[in-house]
Design a protein. Structure first.
Length: 308
């Protein structure tokens, strides 16, 4: 069966930047308080999920040198579709001139890694190219009067163009999971705002990230010392630090962009991934660990080898 190769990447961000200082004008908080508890300095706010996804998707296609006729499927990981019906992926597909299929995927903040595994499955069964996008406009479902959640989230999109290759490809292993008994820890009802049990989410997030990462590394027959970079979900700096410590991976090997983008759910891992690529942090032959967790409670990890 064909493996996968990442040949293009891109991001999409709203122009408006909301700093911690701006939030402190309407919330009982401060820049220092937010930074200390989350690692977040600012977030991008605005746009629609489809518009941000189109920007990121077009950049990935241009990077890979492909047109809409070359793409067999659009997988859009999102928890904030433009509409309840239809899905947002067809809107993105049309805007990009893609002739293949299109579908939304919602596994909350784990969605992009779920999508990576699904893309690999599509390619293993005959697809040639899949455009995988994580895009969110979480600002639409945040209660901007709730200090506990308003400070944490932002909007954005990241995309990868994934192609078939004759060798084993980039994806060496994966671990996906969910525990539906924990849905009340983090949720958003139709027409309402995000509700989160912060302390319990933190406690469980560290545990599932470590367990899932360990499973993925074991399946790839690699150890923590083999991992060149960890590309984690960007929810909270303390979660990343605790997970790295338990995995015995130096914190400096983790890619962190939450200071600029905050928590963008399905978009957070691709935003970090693209940042690492464009800043020269990924080198030929590097082993990359992607790991995240989200509402559901879902979790997902994957080990990738960057092409030599």
């Amino acid at each position: 069966m064909a493996g996968i190769r990442i040949t293009g990447w891109g991001i999409g961000l709203p122009d408006r930047i909301v700093t911690n200082e701006e939030l402190s004008q309407t919330l009982d908080t401060s820049d220092e308080w937010i930074r200390e508890r989350s690692g977040i300095h600012q977030r991008h706010i605005g746009g629609t999920t489809s518009s941000l996804a189109v920007i990121a998707g077009r950049a990935a296609m241009d990077q890979a040198g492909v047109t809409g006729d070359d793409v067999d499927m659009v997988l859009l990981a999102t928890t904030t579709p433009d509409k309840t019906v239809p899905g947002t992926a067809p809107t993105v597909q049309h805007a990009l001139g893609i002739t293949g299929g299109a579908v939304d995927l919602n596994a909350a903040c784990s969605g992009f890694v779920y999508g990576l595994v699904f893309a690999s499955g599509l390619i293993a069964t005959g697809a040639k190219r899949v455009l995988l996008i994580g895009a969110e406009t979480l600002s639409r479902i945040v209660d901007w009067e709730d200090r506990g959640t308003a400070i944490l989230f932002g909007d954005g999109a990241g995309a990868l163009l994934i192609e078939a290759t004759d060798d084993e490809g980039d994806l060496l292993s994966w671990d996906l999971g969910s525990d539906g008994s924990l849905t009340d820890l983090l949720y958003c009802e139709h027409g309402d705002a995000i509700h989160m049990e912060g302390k319990e989410v933190f406690r469980r997030a560290v545990r599932v990230m470590v367990d899932s990462s360990t499973n993925a590394m074991s399946q790839a027959n690699v150890t923590a010392s083999d991992i060149s970079l960890v590309i984690p979900h960007q929810a909270n700096m303390r979660i990343i630090q605790a997970a790295c410590q338990r995995l015995e991976i130096p914190e400096e090997r983790a890619v962190v962009v939450m200071d600029r983008y905050a928590n963008t759910s399905s978009a957070s891992i691709p935003l970090a991934f693209v940042d690492a690529i464009e800043n020269g942090r990924i080198h030929p032959g590097d082993l990359l660990l992607l790991t995240g967790f989200g509402a559901g409670m879902t979790w997902a990890s994957a080990v990738l080898r960057w092409p030599r």
